[in-house]
Design a protein around this ligand. Structure first.
Ligand code: SF4
Length: 145
């Protein structure tokens, strides 16, 4: 990873990193695209996306990342997603995340617009603005510590 970062910085290279480990993505990426079933759920500048995600899937992924701070780790609450990822050949209609989303509503049977939340943050969710603002967050969570 250090070599990767050095190449990026020394030669000004643009690199595409595909990973499931969000700690590594945070260390390496300036811009992050969160994908689910082949579609971008959220994209944004790394710092903003990690500190204030606007999509329930991004929130769930980030809640699964352990903290290196023992106090934060004891207080960490993990968002529990129900069910399994649907088959890519039989994707849900409307929002692709709706069969597992903790914030799903009936309107989610229609495809959500891509909401521009700031110059550097887009999210494909009917409620992205409210989720980013901290509203609509009564999710099923599990205390980790
Ligand atoms: S559009 Fe609905 S189902 Fe999709 S992420 Fe937003 S709240 Fe969840």
């Amino acid at each position: 990873m250090n070599l990767f970062l050095k190449l990026r910085d020394d030669f000004g290279m643009s690199c595409l990193l595909i990973a499931h480990d969000l700690a590594i993505v945070r260390q390496a990426a300036q811009r992050v695209y969160v994908m689910y079933l082949g579609r971008v759920m959220e994209e944004g500048e790394s710092g903003a996306l990690y500190s204030q995600p606007a999509h329930p899937y991004t929130q769930a992924l980030l809640s699964a990342v352990p903290s290196t701070n023992p106090v934060e780790e004891r207080e960490r609450q993990r968002i529990i997603l129900k069910g399994d990822v649907p088959s890519p050949v039989n994707r849900p209609t409307g929002c692709r995340f709706r069969t597992r989303c903790p914030a799903v509503q009936s309107v989610c049977e229609t495809s959500p617009p891509v909401n521009s939340l700031s110059e550097s943050n887009l999210a494909s969710c009917h409620f992205a603005g409210r989720i980013k603002a901290g509203i609509l967050q009564e999710y099923d969570v599990r205390q980790v510590g």
